[in-house]
Write a protein that binds this ligand. Structure first.
Ligand SMILES: NC(=O)c1ccc[n+]([C@@H]2O[C@H](COP(=O)([O-])OP(=O)(O)OC[C@H]3O[C@@H](n4cnc5c(N)ncnc54)[C@H](OP(=O)(O)O)[C@@H]3O)[C@@H](O)[C@H]2O)c1
Length: 237
């Protein structure tokens, strides 16, 4: 992992923070693009100066095809390579049944987030190092509907299928996987059931996936620390 370049779209978020920290701890250089300078600065503060010298913050969007292409080109020009990409884009939303959602809700929680995922895949997958990996983060909502959060489930299901479509199209040329997460303990929700993963444990899983050549075309279910430990043992074997 030393000298690897890892890009984390969504690295400024609650789950992304743990992914960024874990790759920095593993010795990688981590590039985090984000739309808001304030959120990027907050991330640097959370990571701290000890690890922060390998954290590259870029105030840049990736919500459109053009923005993502420009971002990927800039990273390749600056860093010379892209080894791993881990996406923790978008968050939770609740409040309305499917027949009540507004045009704005739909744009924000389905169209924009789903478009960002495709824009990043389109720009980064062809530029990934041959030994690299591409990992999508999504939640149980991809497979389970929750009342008043239907558009989040629709987005998550689309992301999960995107991973499967990428897998059949790439046919082993690149490793593509997804992590299916349950509730995560993070800076916005510091307390929760002790069986839940923390953001840093999600990071540990993402690093293990990036490091394990045998993990390919998988959707790893990580709802509890017990499930995480089982997967870590398998991946590190
Ligand atoms: N938190 C949990 O308990 C949990 C549980 C299961 C699954 N997950 C999954 O983990 C992922 C991240 O969740 P999170 O809780 O970390 O969310 P979050 O704190 O709201 O962070 C969202 C991140 O996505 C980025 N982003 C880029 N485009 C976006 C868009 N159009 N709309 C919203 N955000 C956008 C944001 O970047 P900017 O800095 O540019 O705003 C931010 O870094 C999601 O896929 C979520 O389903 C989370």
């Amino acid at each position: 992992m030393h000298h690897d370049v890892v890009v984390v779209p969504g690295g400024t978020g609650n789950v992304g923070e743990g992914i960024v920290r874990a790759f920095l701890l593993a010795g990688a250089t981590v590039v985090v693009p984000g739309r808001s300078q304030e959120r990027l600065e907050k991330l640097a503060e959370l990571i701290g100066p000890r690890l922060g010298d390998r954290l590259i913050r870029l105030q840049a969007g990736y919500g459109t095809f053009d923005e993502s292409t420009e971002l990927a080109e800039e990273i390749v020009a600056d860093r010379g390579r892209i080894d791993h990409v881990v996406l923790a884009i978008g968050g939770w939303w609740t409040g309305k049944s499917l027949w009540q959602v507004s045009d704005i809700d739909w744009q924000k929680h389905f169209v924009e987030t789903t478009t960002s995922h495709l824009a990043v895949a389109r720009a980064f997958v062809p530029r990934l190092d041959a030994a690299g990996s591409y990992t999508l983060i999504t939640g149980f909502a991809a497979r389970e509907p929750y009342p008043q959060s239907g558009i989040i489930s629709m987005h998550a299901a689309a992301v999960l299928m995107m991973r499967e479509a990428l897998s059949v199209e790439l046919r082993g040329q690149r490793r593509v996987n997804s992590l299916l997460l349950g509730p995560i303990i993070n800076r916005s929700r510091p307390n929760g059931d002790p069986s839940w993963l923390t953001r840093d444990q999600v990071g540990e899983a993402a690093v293990a996936v990036a490091l394990a050549p045998s993990v390919q075309d998988e959707s790893l279910r990580l709802g509890t620390v017990e499930e995480l430990e089982r997967e870590l043992t398998r991946m590190r074997a």
